[in-house]
Design a protein around this ligand. Structure first.
Ligand code: APR
Ligand code: PHB
Length: 389
């Protein structure tokens, strides 16, 4: 088989790239290791920047998000026993949309199917080859038969544990990493959210976040020790602990219910440089990971593939390589700003081993400054709603 762009991974990055390329008449094939149901079963953050929604619209996959997504104009920061609203719309003119990553993935899958495009699920042993030559290839096995795809370019959209980054020789790649000494315990429940907007809480017992998927489905997170196991967190314990970290008004409004999903995720910042290796590009989690604080992961995947699709469009339209030559630097400039922002939000909201006395006072001073200074509020807001592409 031959295609212009072989895309490895059918998460949001791979699926969105596939649709953007298709819209420009650039044929592509997606190879995914898992089944569609497995991909849709992964619960991740659910907050879209306006730029991400615009990209879904651009590929004709945004209609359901506009119907079902919740548009938020602000968020609340809670500390020192009180809640403070940040009006992001007033500060930036922009909003964010609450719409689950699972729904984004489903809408993109449906758009791909409707366009009659190839996505090979349960592709085993996917392997990129010869991307440092003009004739890259990808091999994979399906139902025990080995296949080969000859292509012009390979897009590694295969997440943090994917094969694309792992196929680059170590001397060609530099990585930067910060691992945080705690995790996020998350639950999903069929209950109305505690508040109209998200509540991020800095508390002596640890961070908490009240978020939602809809007006009848809530998502809550608690900072927890990294080595905790979900068995240690029966629902009752989760709700009790959440209540301890919330203000009285929130406690009074909180509707507890059985969890329909519960998981613990570690927090990590990770960046790969560069994001291009000859005729292979990395995009999304394959190239970088951010802690979930601020929900930048999916939005960064979207801006990466926007830059990459534009670069490939330019290449195929005018045979100019300037776009693909500039892809890595352009994507990384935005990536590092989001990495900085999510690291910073993580650092002001969580309990670290050395957050006692001095460290805790510094966090409170910073939060107080954030909610009371117009300049600080504007800076938080413009990063939260998403920096321009
Ligand atoms: N061969 C084929 N597919 C693979 C391989 C492989 N060797 N390894 C991984 N994959 C697939 C995974 O099964 C997954 O479906 O690549 C896909 C990568 O998808 P994501 O992990 O969702 O990454 P990405 O598309 O970059 O989306 C970024 O997802 O992880 C979150 O926080 C992140 O919200 C962000 C978004
Ligand atoms: C979520 O809805 O899961 C979510 C929202 C905002 C965050 C992190 C996660 O900062």
């Amino acid at each position: 088989m031959r295609t212009k762009v072989a895309i490895i991974g059918a998460g949001p990055a791979g699926l969105l790239l596939g649709q953007l390329l298709h819209k420009s008449g650039i044929d592509n094939v997606i190879l995914e290791r898992q089944t569609p149901d497995y991909v849709l079963g992964r619960i991740r953050a659910g907050l879209l920047e306006e730029g991400t929604v615009a990209l879904l619209d651009e590929v004709g996959a945004g209609a359901r998000a506009h119907r079902e997504g919740l548009v938020h104009h602000g968020v609340e920061l809670a500390f020192g026993g009180a809640r403070h609203r940040i009006d992001m719309k007033a500060a930036t003119g922009k909003t964010v949309m609450i719409y689950g990553q699972t729904e984004v993935t489903l809408d993109l899958m449906n758009a791909r199917r409707a366009a009659g495009l190839t996505a090979v699920y349960e592709a085993a042993d996917v392997q990129p080859h010869d991307f440092d030559t003009d004739h890259p290839r990808v091999t994979y096995a399906k139902d025990g038969v080995t296949h080969e795809i000859a292509c012009d370019f390979i897009a590694g959209c295969d997440g943090f544990h994917g094969v694309s980054r792992a196929s680059v020789k170590p001397s060609a790649i530099e990585t930067f990493e910060r691992v945080y000494p705690f995790g996020w315990l998350g639950i999903l429940s069929e209950t109305p959210p505690v508040s109209q907007e998200l509540i991020y809480t800095n508390h002596a017992r640890g961070f908490s976040l009240c978020t939602m998927r809809s007006m009848h489905r809530s998502r809550y997170y608690l900072q927890c020790p990294l080595d905790d196991h979900i068995d240690q967190w029966p629902d009752e314990r989760f709700w009790d602990e959440l209540k301890r970290r919330l203000d009285q008004k929130a406690v009074d409004n909180l509707v507890a219910g059985p969890s329909i999903e519960k998981s613990i995720a570690p927090l990590r910042s990770f960046v790969t440089e560069p994001m291009r290796f000859g005729r292979m590009f990395l995009a999304g989690d394959a190239a970088h990971i951010v802690p979930p604080t601020g929900a930048k992961g999916l939005n960064l995947a979207a801006s990466d593939v926007h830059y990459l699709a534009a670069a490939l469009r330019e290449y195929y339209a005018g045979k100019s390589s300037a776009g693909i030559d500039g892809y890595s630097a352009k994507a990384l400039a935005r990536v590092w700003k989001a990495v900085r922002f999510s690291w910073w939000m993580t650092s002001i909201l969580h309990r670290f081993p050395d957050t006692e006395g001095f460290g805790a006072r510094i966090q409170l001073a910073e939060l107080d400054y954030l909610v009371n200074s117009k300049a600080a509020t504007a800076s938080l807001s413009e990063n939260y709603v998403g920096l321009p592409y």
